[in-house]
Design a binder for this molecule. Structure first.
Ligand SMILES: Nc1ncnc2c1ncn2[C@@H]1O[C@H](COP(=O)(O)OP(=O)(O)OP(=O)(O)O)[C@@H](O)[C@H]1O
Ligand SMILES: [Mg+2]
Length: 371
């Protein structure tokens, strides 16, 4: 053999080795690999493709790719391949944001994830599609989504049941107990009036009874309002928020100001949204009092177009990322859950500078009440 012949033989052996290595990789790949030519004839079909489509390689080779596509997608697919042929990119993911479907030999469709690449010159391109059967993943995802929505539904039911129960107890306390305490107070006033002079011991006793009665009336009002401020139902969220902020200021001694914008729209919010926002404000303020060591809180409440916005910002010690997912804390989880259920969002972040900022954005119109 002459030297050039030897070189050629070596090159041929090296090429054969490389091809054998690639073939082995292709055959051991878990993903199906299919190469087609410009006329969409199959020129390469690996073992995983055989298993996935239930089609022997001998049958697939030189046939059209169409047999592996559900009929309704064939025309569009031809268009996509042609467009990809003239596009600048040499590879891309197929089917952005949509689930692609493929067709097995037995006629069943299954969801896939695929990427495509091209090699060769224009007019003589070879296209290679690498695809993965995602039937199992999709069914697990569907099941997960279903169970999440069931859980969400359940937690909304539980919240609603608690809310109904609190409203009922608040009304009973206010109406029943409140009325009877008022009647007692009137009777006591009557007794004090009728008390003959010269009975200092009895008069002192009655005066102390009166004080106890006053304290009981105040406590009943406070408990009832804590359960549910009846003004939320009667006067709307704007006034209820004002009351809550005032009550917080008095009880905690922390400076708190409320910025209400578009108050009329705030008070016109649907009752479920108003209740949720009220509870979220209540939780945020309770957290400020319990955890923040803040000296000042700002509450902003407004309706901006179709969105109701609640922002509570304190100037306290701030919140750590790990605080937001504490296993035995339910306040912030409930807050996020309420926002989610209404189709909105809740962000709990360190405030710029120092402190914590809770920002809730929920639709101002419930889908049910939309025409
Ligand atoms: N405004 C805040 N400033 C600083 N830390 C906060 C603030 N709000 C919440 N945190 C931290 O986040 C944690 C979680 O709050 P979350 O409301 O979920 O639970 P909690 O208040 O501890 O208990 P609960 O279930 O009764 O609400 C708190 O324990 C606290 O450490
Ligand atoms: Mg809390």
């Amino acid at each position: 053999m002459t030297t050039p012949e030897r070189r050629l033989a070596r090159a041929e052996t090296a090429l054969a080795d490389t091809e054998a290595r690639y073939a082995a990789i292709l055959e051991s790949a878990m993903d199906a690999v299919i190469t087609i030519d410009e006329s969409q004839r199959v020129v390469l079909f690996n073992q995983a493709a055989e298993a996935m489509f239930g089609c022997p390689r001998s049958e697939a080779l030189s046939g059209s790719l169409d047999r592996f596509l559900p009929e309704r997608f064939r025309a569009a697919h031809h268009g996509h391949i042609a467009a990809f042929g003239v596009a600048g990119a040499t590879n891309r993911r197929m089917g952005h944001n949509t689930v692609l479907s493929a067709l097995r030999s037995d006629g069943t469709e299954f969801p896939i994830e695929a990427s495509i690449s091209k090699a060769g010159a224009a007019g003589h391109h070879l296209y290679t599609v690498i695809l993965r059967d995602i039937t199992r993943r999709k069914s697990v995802e569907d099941a997960l989504r279903h169970s999440q929505s069931e859980l969400r539904e359940l937690s909304a039911q539980v919240l609603q049941a608690r809310e109904d129960e609190k409203t009922r107890i608040a009304r009973e306390l206010h109406d029943e107990l409140g009325q009877q305490l008022t009647a007692l107070k009137m009777d006591l006033a009557w007794a004090q009036e009728k008390l003959p002079a010269g009975q200092p011991e009895l008069a002192g006793k009655l005066a102390r009874m009166n004080e106890t009665l006053d304290a009981t009336v105040t406590a009943t009002r406070r408990i009832s309002a804590d359960l549910r401020p009846l003004m939320l139902d009667d006067l709307g969220l704007a006034e209820a928020a004002e009351w809550l902020v005032e009550d917080f200021r008095q009880r905690s001694g922390i400076e708190c100001n409320l910025v209400l914008r578009n108050a009329e729209a705030v008070s016109d919010l649907p009752s479920t949204t108003a209740t949720a926002l009220y509870r979220m404000l209540q939780e945020s303020l309770t957290n400020v009092a319990r955890h923040s060591q803040a000296t000042h809180v700002k509450v902003e409440l407004e309706v901006e177009g179709e969105v109701a916005v609640l922002v509570v910002t304190d100037d306290g010690r701030g919140i750590k990322a790990s605080d937001r997912t504490k296993s035995r804390s339910f306040g912030l989880k409930g807050l996020r859950e309420r926002a989610h259920y209404l189709g909105g969002t809740a962000q709990i972040e360190p405030a710029p500078g120092a402190g914590t900022c809770v920002a809730v954005r929920v639709p101002a119109v419930t889908t049910e009440s939309e025409p």
